[in-house]
Design a protein around this ligand. Structure first.
Ligand code: FAD
Length: 472
């Protein structure tokens, strides 16, 4: 029997389930097809479990260093099994929350592999969804509209066989039952650096291989340099301009590999290797060949309202590429649903989306980097303020890093904010709101920030743009 819907969403990750909830609020009869678990990568293999592990690593590091706060601990022991149990219980709690929201929205969930069919006896247009459910007959769903929200998976590297034992993706690393003594991390992007920081805090010997000439290549150069300085200080080795020679990889009691860097070859050994070189869209096996939908190097092409070449089939989230972030996926999902429900054209301003890195120290940014602004020929003015000038940061025991605000000299517009230091992944939101409301550095500087608070650094950095910072 075929089931009729206003909307079927392929993939119940952050983008998919949030879109479903909005669709239900707007009165659309909605179903989600999910082959694994509601919540997707973010909840089960990404944002939440990785941040739970990072938090345990932070507590471990802080406990080891507690003496400087006057707190003495005879011996600090790490129970990695308990670390993993804590992570699992947080994920489970949130997973139950998502399931409850979906139930509350009366959204049907089909647990199986969804595939888009071409024109058939069910419909003259492509878009019927066949759901392959284990041990049961396929279900047929007849939607008026479809949203593809199938997300992404780790990108392969030079045909290196990610075996899940010695050579890992981030999916495998999250499930480690014991910590390795040493690890090589290939990729100095966001995921690679979060893992490097976390494992270094847990006492693992970490080597990061970065193909480019700096880690965090999409961040402001000063933030990249500051992050490198901190990681190196904590014992992380960072090898830049590094190319892993895949043919040199030998697995025996760990991994031996040769890395080519600046004309010389270096031999490395570690117990494990983590490949963190980006992610590609999940576009295989979902029936795109039954449609006119176009792709561009592993990602689905969409227009400015997230429609594919088939106007009743939308795509959102990681599967369309761009900034692969959970908050982007959910906002794209909402925008697509509002277009389906009432034709509303809600365009996201991608320059106004905060990007966060949850390593130690944390980093966060929004808008253009200084290099990007200069390359665009914008006449800029920059204000920078260090955390060591902020009383609360000293009280907190974490006064490394800075906030840098970039404004347009001619228009006074805020065009970029870059932060590295304590709690910047929370502090960034004030400047995101500032950008949305078109605030000038003067207005942010005039905002009275409570004392003592870490947020004072935003006011001081904004004042610094005009050469008016008080405490530095
Ligand atoms: P996904 O969450 O990947 O969901 C896609 C869903 O589709 C999956 O559940 C999958 O099972 C399902 N699916 C795929 N194919 C089919 C099919 N044929 N039939 C049925 N179901 C299917 N982002 C942040 O914003 N902050 C972070 O701190 C952060 N940390 C991260 C850490 C790691 C280690 C990783 C890997 C990612 C992280 N991300 C983070 C990125 C974030 O997880 C993604 O941007 C987000 O999950 C994208 O949501 P999505 O809905 O597009 O896709």
């Amino acid at each position: 029997m075929a089931h009729e819907y206003d909307l079927v969403i392929l993939g119940g990750g952050t983008g998919g389930y949030v879109a479903a909830i909005r669709a239900s609020q707007l009165g659309l009869k909605t179903a989600i097809v999910e082959k694994e678990q509601l919540g997707g990568t973010c909840l089960h293999k990404g944002c939440i479990p990785s941040k739970a592990l990072l938090r345990s690593a932070e507590v471990y590091r802080q406990t080891i260093n507690a003496k400087s706060f006057g707190v003495e601990t005879p011996e600090v022991m790490l129970n990695f099994g308990q670390v993993q149990d804590r992570k699992k219980s947080i994920v489970e709690q949130l997973h139950n929350g998502v399931k409850a929201l979906i139930k509350k929205g009366k959204i049907d969930v089909y647990h199986g592999i969804g595939r888009i069919l071409g024109p058939s006896i069910f419909s003259p247009m492509p878009g019927t969804i066949s759901v392959e459910m284990s041990g049961q007959e396929n279900e047929m769903l007849l939607p008026k509209n479809v949203i593809i929200a199938t997300g992404s998976k780790p990108r392969d590297l030079n045909g290196i066989n990610v075996d899940g034992q010695t050579i890992l993706s981030s999916d495998h690393a999250l499930e480690l039952e014991a910590l390795p003594s040493s690890i090589i991390i290939v990729g100095g992007g966001v995921i690679g650096i979060e893992w490097a920081s976390m494992l270094a805090d847990f006492g693992v010997k970490v080597t990061v291989l970065e193909y480019g000439d700096r880690i965090l290549p999409s961040e402001d150069l000063e933030v990249s340099n500051e992050m490198e300085k901190h990681l190196v200080k904590r014992g992380v080795e960072i090898i830049k301009n590094a190319e892993l020679l895949s043919e040199s990889i030998e697995l025996k009691d760990g991994i031996r590999a040769t890395v080519h860097t600046k004309g010389e070859n270096r031999s490395l050994f570690a117990e494990k290797l983590l490949v963190a070189v980006g992610r590609v869209g999940n576009i295989d096996g979902i029936g795109l060949d039954n449609t006119e939908i176009e792709c561009d190097s592993n990602f689905i092409k969409v227009n400015d309202v997230y429609q594919t070449k088939e106007k009743h089939i939308y795509a959102i989230g990681d599967v369309i590429g761009g900034m692969q972030l959970a908050h982007i996926a959910s906002h794209e999902g909402i925008a697509a649903v509002e277009h389906i429900a009432n034709g509303e054209k809600k365009q996201l301003d991608y320059t106004n989306v905060a990007r966060c890195i949850y390593s130690y120290p944390e980093a966060a940014s929004i808008g253009l980097t200084e290099e990007q602004a200069k390359n665009k020929g914008i006449n800029i003015k920059v204000g920078k303020f260090p955390f060591k000038g902020i009383g609360k940061a000293l009280v907190y025991g974490d006064a490394e890093g800075f906030v840098k605000i970039i404004a347009d000299q001619d228009t006074n517009d805020l065009i970029g904010v870059h932060m590295i230091g304590p709690h910047v992944t929370d502090l960034i939101s004030e400047t995101a709101l500032g950008m949305l409301l078109d605030a000038t550095p003067w207005e942010i500087g005039e905002t009275i920030h409570p004392h003592p608070s870490l947020s004072e650094i935003i006011g001081e950095a904004a004042l610094a743009v005009e050469g008016r910072a008080i405490h530095f």
